[in-house]
Design a protein around this ligand. Structure first.
Ligand SMILES: *Cc1c(COP(=O)(O)O)cnc(C)c1O
Length: 384
């Protein structure tokens, strides 16, 4: 089966991890700091905080921004559940904004309408998590303009989008957000096996996330209550977690960063070939906004139900039976039983329609021309 995504590990990556294994520090050494710096520098952000997953990064980002019991978080329903769960972890209520029909990202018109309604009912969110689906940035400038008058904090869930650009700046520059979060799960653009980084331009937010990543414990006398008892002394000054990234993961991450631009260019090459070869089939192909350069985490097509009898399930089953590991990203979060048990959700028509039509085709740097040609032939044979 050709998978929909796969990591790309080089001999240098393996050497980098081996080197850490032979060293004194498997955790809490300098490699994590080096990786944080590398990611922050790449994005043009001031600070990076590495953790054991993007899910942990989203949780810490929400906590650092002050989200708590009684608060509200909004996000897009077409995302992985982690984009919403971070709000629930903080005791906040979660609601969803509908998506744009062409980019599948959060819809600006829906956001504006929902904010106006929430202003009247006193239900404005404290935090908005925007998701750069498939690697394409949301319209950050418009989003910030809409959120600023209400003081709403913005987190970019850029789990798909490291290596992408918005208005010629790297995703993660945080020019229009408070914090940006990346995932390094093996199917994402680069990998640390498990892992994530939160980047920000705010020293206070970075400091808070660092504290909470490691139990809420500090060794810095300046932050302690009263005097330090001595060199051995530490104080717990908040309730934190163990969300730390290991040195092994950070070494892999540092090494993978060297290939990031190459990975994105290979992904783009395959994406453009899909664009060329699939035109004319009853599929809506990905649309990239003029302000964006996608990192091409996913190549999502939408089956055009009005022009073919074939259903998405037919197409999915056919391709899977023929060795093409297609997938569906994502099932709308608001339709999950857990979220259904919490409340009723309105106005998510486009998200639900998207779900009935969407299919992710295999896309990763090691896909290879032969595999891609085979996938294209299968699609043409079935739909053409
Ligand atoms: C993968 C992913 C996450 C979670 O990342 P982990 O590193 O696996 O915790 C969150 N949001 C989105 C959009 C993702 O694709």
């Amino acid at each position: 089966m050709i998978p929909y995504g796969r990591q790309c590990i080089s001999e240098e990556d393996i050497q980098a991890v081996n080197k850490v294994l032979r060293s004194d520090y498997l955790t809490q050494g300098g490699t994590v700091t080096a990786f944080e710096q590398k990611v922050a520098d790449y994005c043009g952000a001031k600070h990076g905080v590495a953790v054991n997953s993007a899910t942990s990064a989203l949780h810490l980002a929400c906590l650092a921004l002050g989200l708590k019991e009684g608060g509200r978080l909004w996000t897009s329903s077409i995302s992985f559940v982690a984009s919403a769960n971070c709000g629930i972890y903080c005791g906040a209520a979660v609601d969803f904004v509908d998506i744009d029909r062409d980019t599948f990202n959060l819809c600006i018109v829906s956001l504006e309408k929902k904010l106006k309604e929430a202003e009247l009912t006193g239900d404005l969110p404290d935090v908005l998590v925007v998701v750069h689906l498939a690697g394409q940035s949301c319209k950050m400038k418009e989003i910030k303009l809409l959120c600023d008058p209400y003081g709403i904090k913005i987190i970019e869930d850029a789990s798909h989008a490291i290596g992408g650009k918005y208005e010629s700046f790297p995703v993660g520059s945080c020019r229009y957000s408070d914090i940006t979060v990346f995932s390094f799960h093996p199917v994402k653009i680069i990998t640390t096996a498990e892992g994530g980084v939160a980047v920000t331009n705010s020293p206070e937010l970075a400091e808070q996330m660092e504290l909470l990543r490691s139990h809420g414990v500090t060794r810095d006398p300046v932050k302690m209550e009263g005097d330090s008892d001595g060199e051995w002394y530490y104080q717990q000054i908040a309730l934190g977690f163990n969300y730390r990234m290991t040195e092994l993961q950070a070494a892999l991450g540092c090494s993978q960063m060297e290939s990031l631009d190459y990975f994105v260019s290979k992904r783009e090459e395959y994406a453009l070939k899909y664009n060329d070869c699939l035109a004319g089939l009853p599929l809506a192909l990905p649309v990239v906004d003029k302000d964006c350069q996608s990192a091409w985490h996913l190549y999502i097509v939408r089956l055009q139900g009005d022009t073919t009898e074939v259903t998405r399930k037919d197409l999915f089953d056919y391709l899977r039976q023929n060795g093409v590991g297609v997938n569906v990203h994502y099932i709308p979060i608001h339709t999950q039983p857990y979220y259904q048990s919490l409340r009723v959700y309105d106005d998510l028509f486009e998200a639900e329609r998207y779900y009935s039509e969407a299919l992710s085709l295999p896309l990763y740097p090691g896909l290879g021309d032969k595999s891609q040609d085979y996938i294209i032939d299968q699609l043409k044979g079935y739909l053409g």
